[in-house]
Design a protein around this ligand. Structure first.
Ligand SMILES: [Mg+2]
Length: 390
C-alpha cells in the first residue's frame, strides 16, 4: 500500500455564531494592553481537514484546529511531498521524516499541528486497511467505556452558570469544568468574582462530584499564588493552565505550592516537551491534544512516558483523535467532553465538520469495536455554511 495523494482543505465557518457572554474566559491576551476585546483569541472558527488517499483506494482523515491556513500551507508545501509514494505502515519513519525535515523552523506550534494532521490521517488509513478501530492498533480496550467530564461553564451570569451545571448534572455527568472570568488585570474585585463563581458551582454539584477549573493561561505566577490558597477549600480536581505554556518554572513552582493539582500541556508539543514538564514536576495532569502534539505516533509515546511517571493523561478536548488514545491507555482515566452547541468558541465545529463523534451517555463515552480507523466521515449537512479553501 502506497500513499497516492494528500489533500488539505480549510473549512472556515461562515454560519451564525453565538457571541461570547459576560467575562467568558481569562486568556493569555488579558495581560496585554488592548483597545479591543481579547476574547477573539479564544475562538477557533476554522479547521484544516486532511484527506490522504492510498493506491488501494483507502482515504484517511486528519485535522488541525490551530492556524488552519498556515497549517494547510505547511502540509501542501513541505509535508505532502515527504509522504507521497510511501507506505503508511512506515508511520514512525514518516513521522521522523516530517519532524526532522522541518526541524530548523518547525518543532512546535503550527508545524507540529500540521504533522499531527498527516499522522492522524495515516493512522486512520492503517485502521481501515485492517478493518479495526485505531484503539485496537494501540493496544485495545483498557476500559469498558470512557468516563468523561462536561467541559463548558464559561463565566457568565452566576445563576446562568448554576442552571447550566444543574441541567448537565441531571443528564448524569459527575465531573464539570468551568472557566475563570478574571485575572490579574481585574484586581482584588476579580479575585472575589472568581471565588464567587466556584462557590456557586459547588452549591449546585456538591462535593461528591468533581469540579475542574480553567484559566487558559490568563493568570501569572503572582496572581496564582494569591488565589490558589483561597481555592483549596473548594477541592478542585485541578486548576488548568494558570500561566502561559512557556513558563515551565512557573508551573513547577505553583504545582509545589498548592495541594490542588496543576494541569497543562494543551499548548505543549512533542515527546521532548512533555519530558520537560514531567521531569520538572510542572504538572500533575497532562493534557496534550493529539492533533497538536504530533499525532497518534507522538501521543502514544507520551502516554508511555506519563505511565512511567504515574501522571494521568487527560487529553485536551474530546474528539475521536483523543478518545482512541484514552481508550487504549491505562494512563488515561477519562476524557474531556465538549457537548454539541451552536457555534460559539469553535470547539463545537468538530461536530459540524465530521460525523461519528460519540455522544455522552450518563457521563460515559463508548467507542465502537466495529468501526474501522478513527471512525469519522466528512459531514455533508453543514457544507454550505463553510467557506472551503482548496
Ligand atoms: Mg484547557
Amino acid at each position: 500500500m502506497k500513499i497516492k495523494s494528500v489533500r488539505a482543505r480549510v473549512f472556515e465557518w461562515k454560519g451564525k455564531t453565538v457571541p461570547p457572554q459576560g467575562n467568558f474566559c481569562s486568556n493569555a491576551m488579558d495581560l496585554v494592553y488592548s483597545k479591543t476585546e481579547t476574547m477573539s483569541t479564544f475562538r477557533f472558527h476554522s479547521w484544516t481537514v486532511v484527506e490522504i488517499e492510498t493506491d488501494s483506494g483507502i482515504v484517511g482523515l486528519g485535522n488541525v484546529a490551530l492556524a488552519p491556513r498556515i497549517a494547510k500551507a505547511i502540509i501542501d508545501e513541505y509535508l505532502a511531498p515527504l509522504v507521497i509514494g510511501q507506505d503508511p505502515w512506515d508511520y514512525e519513519y514518516l513521522w521522523q521524516r516530517m519532524y526532522r525535515a522541518t526541524h530548523a523552523w518547525g518543532r512546535k506550534g503550527v508545524t507540529m499541528a500540521a504533522i499531527s494532521a498527516v499522522d492522524l490521517a495515516i493512522w486512520d488509513i492503517l485502521g481501515k486497511s485492517v478493518n479495526k478501530p485505531v484503539f485496537k492498533l494501540l493496544g485495545g480496550r483498557t476500559k469498558e467505556k470512557i468516563p468523561c467530564y462536561y467541559s463548558k461553564l464559561y463565566r457568565t451570569d452566576i445563576q446562568e452558570m448554576q442552571a447550566e451545571a444543574e441541567k448537565y448534572l441531571k443528564q448524569g455527568f459527575t465531573m464539570f469544568k468551568s472557566r475563570f472570568g478574571y485575572g490579574p488585570a481585574h484586581g482584588t474585585k476579580g479575585v472575589a468574582e472568581n471565588l464567587k463563581a466556584v462557590a456557586a458551582l459547588r452549591e449546585v454539584i456538591g462535593y461528591d462530584n468533581d469540579l475542574m477549573l480553567e484559566c487558559y493561561m490568563g493568570w501569572n505566577v503572582e496572581y496564582a499564588k494569591r488565589i490558589l490558597p483561597k481555592l483549596e477549600k473548594f477541592e478542585p480536581r485541578w486548576v488548568e493552565e494558570p500561566v502561559i505554556a512557556d513558563d515551565i518554572d512557573g508551573y513547577a513552582e505553583l504545582n509545589q505550592l498548592t495541594s490542588i493539582p496543576i494541569s497543562g500541556g494543551e499548548h505543549e508539543f512533542s515527546l521532548y516537551g512533555f519530558k520537560q514538564l514531567l521531569e520538572r514536576k510542572a504538572v500533575s495532569v497532562v493534557q496534550y491534544d493529539t492533533n497538536r502534539v504530533g499525532g497518534i505516533t507522538a501521543a502514544h509515546k507520551i502516554n508511555a512516558l506519563c505511565e512511567a511517571y504515574s501522571v494521568p493523561v487527560i487529553p485536551h478536548a474530546g474528539q475521536m483523535h483523543n478518545y482512541h488514545l484514552t481508550m487504549s491507555s491505562l494512563a488515561s482515566p477519562m476524557s474531556e467532553y465538549f457537548p454539541m452547541f451552536d457555534v460559539e468558541v469553535g470547539n463545537e465545529l468538530f461536530y459540524y465538520i465530521f460525523d461519528g463523534e460519540p455522544v455522552a451517555d450518563n457521563g460515559f463515552l463508548q467507542l465502537d469495536d466495529d468501526k474501522p480507523g478513527l471512525g469519522l466521515t466528512l459531514k455533508t449537512e453543514f457544507l454550505d455554511q463553510f467557506n472551503i479553501i482548496e
